[in-house]
Write a protein that binds this ligand. Structure first.
Ligand SMILES: NC(=O)c1ccc[n+]([C@@H]2O[C@H](COP(=O)([O-])OP(=O)(O)OC[C@H]3O[C@@H](n4cnc5c(N)ncnc54)[C@H](OP(=O)(O)O)[C@@H]3O)[C@@H](O)[C@H]2O)c1
Length: 259
């Protein structure tokens, strides 16, 4: 996730975005390291100074160690942005001793600029900080501001973890196609392109998923036969609801347990 952000910032630096990028990382992916150096980024600086913005994109259990190594980057004017799942504003503030914080939740399509990020701001951020944080998160895709930190558990369940549900749908489609007699490789290609194409159509037309669904569903036709199953009493709606409740509850527990 940090790599996806850094790649986007490297592009912004090349376009003359006025950014100087310092990247702290124990083991650089060589391609990313080269791309960052080509954009004038400083990799693992030897004499770090406080920066305008400090971004944490490590696993939550690496946060305390990363916070120690990042301490020299943190000054009284530094805005902290975290993309760590489950680490609350309170947890960030306790370790870093600041309220100038933005807690964000991106998702993996952000690697290709097709993600979505929601964030919540700490008590110490200014309107200028918010604008800056949104600009910094923009390479990953659109950005949404949440007013209440509790909403981040639902965000985590829906968009943070959501790409996995869509991949599961592609897997389930392919598995069903194979069981109904299609060769495995053909089943996988049909399922993959169907999920990707439907997603792209939704984005490019700007139509609601409901409108697009109705447009391909003739009464009494084949799509209708499948939708009658999928929208039944124990169909996709209640199943997804249960999945989101479980994921949001897990996010709450992670937040309570240590952060
Ligand atoms: N992946 C997702 O879908 C997703 C979505 C939303 C939010 N997030 C959040 O994004 C964060 C990163 O997730 P990820 O999947 O990108 O994890 P990741 O692939 O493990 O990336 C973490 C990176 O940080 C490096 N690192 C570890 N300790 C460090 C330290 N002390 N100082 C500097 N760098 C250090 C790691 O290096 P090593 O590999 O050498 O340890 C690794 O390259 C997590 O908090 C996750 O909750 C992820």
């Amino acid at each position: 996730m940090g790599g996806a952000l850094a790649r986007g910032w490297a592009e912004a630096v090349k376009l003359g975005g006025g950014l100087t990028l310092h990247v702290l990382e124990p083991s650089f992916d060589p391609a990313l390291g080269e791309a960052l150096e080509a954009a004038g980024a400083v990799l693992n600086p030897e004499a770090p100074q406080p920066t305008d913005v400090l971004v944490f994109a490590v696993k939550p259990n690496q946060f305390t160690a990363a916070a120690q190594s990042a301490q020299p980057f943190l000054g009284p004017e530094t805005l902290v942005v975290s993309v760590m799942a489950g680490v609350t504003l309170h947890g960030l503030g306790r370790v870093l001793n600041t309220t100038r914080l933005v807690r964000a939740m991106p998702n993996t399509p952000g690697q290709i600029g097709q993600g979505v990020t929601a964030y919540v701001a700490g008590a110490g951020v200014s309107e200028e900080d918010l604008l800056l944080a949104e600009q910094l998160l923009a390479p990953l895709g659109p950005v949404e501001r949440m007013d209440i930190e509790r909403q981040m558990d639902v965000v985590t369940a829906v968009s943070g973890s959501g790409p996995a549900y869509v991949f599961l749908l592609a897997e389930a489609l392919a598995a069903a196609a194979e069981l109904e007699g299609l060769p495995k490789d053909v089943a996988e290609r049909l399922a993959r392109q169907t999920v990707a194409g439907a997603g792209a159509l939704m984005l490019q037309t700007g139509q609601t998923p409901g409108a697009l669904r109705k447009a391909v569903t003739s009464p009494g036709g084949t799509t209708q036969a499948a939708l009658d199953v999928l929208t039944g009493m124990d169909g996709l709606g209640p199943l997804v609801r249960r999945a989101i409740i479980a994921a949001a509850e897990r996010s709450r527990t992670l937040g309570r347990d240590g952060h």
